[in-house]
Ligand binder design. Structure first.
Ligand SMILES: O=c1ccn([C@@H]2O[C@H](COP(=O)(O)O)[C@@H](O)[C@H]2O)c(=O)[nH]1
Length: 271
């Protein structure tokens, strides 16, 4: 999906919501455990209930690979089920020496046909570039993550000035353009967004941390939005586990719609 196509989706749905598919057998409604493929059955119903309000879906790969072959099958079925209009994110946080990164990229872009993958920048240019060699695919580089421990390294001051996450943002722009590179910035780090927008004014940001982690959608939208919206705001648990009854999908739809309605307001105010 191109940047323009993503922006078109955002405009059409008045939404920059990404629904996180962190599907956990211990948390899904009990009646689904009888299904042949409970992970897929849950995802299918969540997708059907939220597709009118969401522009992206982000399966977190850990929740699938934890089940071995069966989990990978559920993931494959899920990615095939997501309507083509939606942007898909493999939240896999990969990155290794070049030839290994190339295999990761082939797994998620060729074999599974995801639009994008999250990548850790820690191993540098030759670990990230293999992911950028695929047409019409996106790399989403971890910049300033939502967890408390993100500060351990990402906020370290560099001798030449600035902090490590700022160097990730500026250096990586030598590797790819804003048509193929996005950044992860946690909603819990919204105070940094004004500064981040000075370094990456045109890039899309994937923003997890709204909902269960307590990030503010309003602050993220106010300080993070650019002329192409430039935001995909993820909520996983806050949507998919809002209700563990047989009505779980309906409730997920309501939660997604609530966020979409707020986003519609912010698009009118800040875009
Ligand atoms: O900095 C980061 C990077 C990734 N994540 C992932 O996003 C979702 C958040 O889930 P919630 O239930 O909405 O909190 C999850 O898959 C994380 O692994 C993140 O939270 N922060």
């Amino acid at each position: 999906m191109t940047k323009q196509e993503l922006f078109n989706q955002i405009t059409q749905k008045s939404s920059y919501l990404c629904v996180g598919l962190d599907t956990d057998l211990n948390r899904i409604p009990k009646h689904l455990l009888k299904a042949e493929d409970p992970l897929f059955e849950f995802n299918k119903q969540i997708i059907d209930a939220t597709i009118d309000y969401a522009v992206a879906y982000k399966p977190n790969i850990a929740f699938y690979e934890a089940h071995g072959v069966k989990g990978w099958e559920s993931l494959q079925k899920t990615i095939e089920y997501i309507p083509k209009e939606a942007f898909t994110i493999a939240d896999a946080k990969r990155g290794d020496i070049g030839n290994t990164s190339n295999m990761y990229a082939r797994a998620f872009f060729d074999a599974m046909n995801f639009d994008s993958i999250t990548v850790a920048p820690y191993m540098g240019e030759d670990s990230v570039k293999p992911f950028l060699e695929f047409d019409n695919k996106w790399v989403i580089l971890l910049a300033l993550t939502s967890n408390a421990g993100g500060k351990d390294f990402q906020n370290l001051s560099l001798e030449k000035g600035g902090e490590l996450y700022e160097e990730v943002l500026s250096k990586s722009q030598e590797w790819g353009s804003d048509e193929e590179l996005m950044y992860v910035v946690g909603a819990t780090r919204a105070e940094a967004l004004q500064n981040i927008r000075k370094i990456v004014p045109d890039h899309f940001l994937l923003v997890p941390g709204v909902g269960a982690q307590g990030g503010s959608l309003e602050e993220v939208s106010k300080y993070g939005m650019n002329k192409h919206c430039g935001l995909l705001v993820n909520s996983s648990r806050g949507i998919i586990y809002a209700d563990d009854s047989v009505d779980f999908a309906k409730t997920a739809g309501v939660k997604a719609q609530e966020l979409q309605t707020e986003m519609e307001g912010f698009l009118a105010k800040f875009l």
